[in-house]
Design a protein around this ligand. Structure first.
Ligand code: KG4
Ligand code: ZN
Length: 339
């Protein structure tokens, strides 16, 4: 059987990305044009600017993906694109570009869910990983505990009721004077702090035991900082970073391990930008080692937004016959498992 090569596009937030992935597992190229330096000046992603930057960059990013993979259009079997969830104006740039290419080149168009992409980053890093497995998806926009039943088949066991884990990192980082994106900055500063210095709350959510809530931890950090200021005490930013990070990681590990036990997962994966957090990676590894569960964590570059993960997810959708028409639209609130 000949190889299937998919050209994938990702533009749901502040990365313009294109990749060529072979058979869902082999990355032939993975080009990422990050806008972080621009959004940093505003303390977060400005949607309007993100869309305009995608417009400027998408052409060269796609061309670079082809040339780095040493491919011509004839070598590409299908075009894949993230069509949700994400910022609508940002998604539209990728969707419109993918549709134009599919039309002009007469190639199939495969629509991909952004979170399915994050989960599928694990297929690239671990060629032997196959469903079923459990996956904790933690990004700037999402916090989902997912049961991966099969390729393209998911059951959401729990999700956040308020802020996403990455959003909490970004907001706390801003409160202690760190730049956007806050996650990597907190990860770094926390290494100099004491994770036991301040006891921030580990929020429990009434109802579904697998749901998460991070707005309470964020408020507790802000209250702590205000309290110190009122008492005229100097804050120790590294201790705040380390203690906050520990509180978030404890909850993520605890929920994931409980799900592993209840659903008999032998394999647990993590995905999304926050999955590149060094404390989360080592705490989850330790917990899995103790429980005899195989642990999977993509390299940091495959955890944050990229198009290779979209190409990996697209391969299984393509094989299942999933195709979009030229009326494909961006769906900013698309839910996992929905078409
Ligand atoms: O997956 P991603 O690139 O974009 C979304 O789909 O949201 O995730 C971005 C999020 C940001 O909130 C960023 O602060 C967080 O991932 N992040 C981290 C780390 N690296 C990125 N959070 C904690 N520790 C990190 N090392
Ligand atoms: Zn993402």
């Amino acid at each position: 059987m000949s190889n299937t090569r998919i050209l994938a596009i990702e533009s749901s937030c502040d990365e313009t990305a294109a990749a060529i992935v072979q058979d869902g597992r082999i990355v032939m190229s993975n080009i990422i044009s990050s806008q972080i330096d621009i959004h940093k000046q505003y303390g977060g992603v400005v949607p309007e600017i993100a869309s305009r930057k995608h417009m400027e960059n998408i052409n060269w990013v796609v061309k670079a993906a082809l040339s780095e993979a040493n491919c011509t259009w004839d070598d590409v079997d299908a075009i894949a694109v993230t069509y949700g969830p994400g910022l609508v104006g940002a998604l539209l740039v990728g969707v419109a570009h993918a549709k134009a290419m599919a039309f002009a080149l007469d190639k199939p168009l495969v629509p991909v869910h952004h979170i399915e992409g994050h989960i599928s980053a694990n297929y690239i890093e671990y060629p032997d990983l196959k469903p079923p497995f459990g996956c904790l998806v933690v990004s700037g926009g999402h916090t989902h505990l997912v049961r991966v039943l099969d390729y393209g088949k998911y059951e959401i066991l729990g999700k956040t009721c308020d802020d996403a884990a990455g959003e909490a990192f970004d907001k706390v980082a801003r409160a202690i004077g760190l730049n956007y994106p806050g996650g990597p900055a907190i990860d770094k500063l926390a290494k100099e702090g004491d994770p036991e210095a301040i006891n921030f709350p580990r929020a429990k959510v009434a109802g579904n035991e697998y749901d998460f809530s991070f707005s309470g931890i964020k408020s507790a950090v802000l209250n702590y900082i205000n309290g110190c200021e009122m008492k005229g005490e100097e804050i120790n930013r590294a201790d705040i970073a380390a203690s906050f990070q520990k509180a978030v990681v404890d909850v993520l590990v605890e929920h994931a391990m409980r799900a592993c036990k209840e659903f008999d997962f032998e394999h647990l994966a993590i995905a999304g930008g926050v999955a590149s957090n060094s404390t989360l990676r080592s705490a989850m590894q330790d917990a899995c080692d103790k429980a005899g569960i195989a642990f999977y964590r993509p390299s940091p570059i495959l955890c944050t937004d990229n198009a290779a993960m979209i190409g990996a997810a697209a391969y299984y959708e393509y094989k299942a016959g999933v195709r979009a028409g030229l009326d494909l639209n961006a769906v900013p609130n698309l839910r996992l498992g929905e078409r």
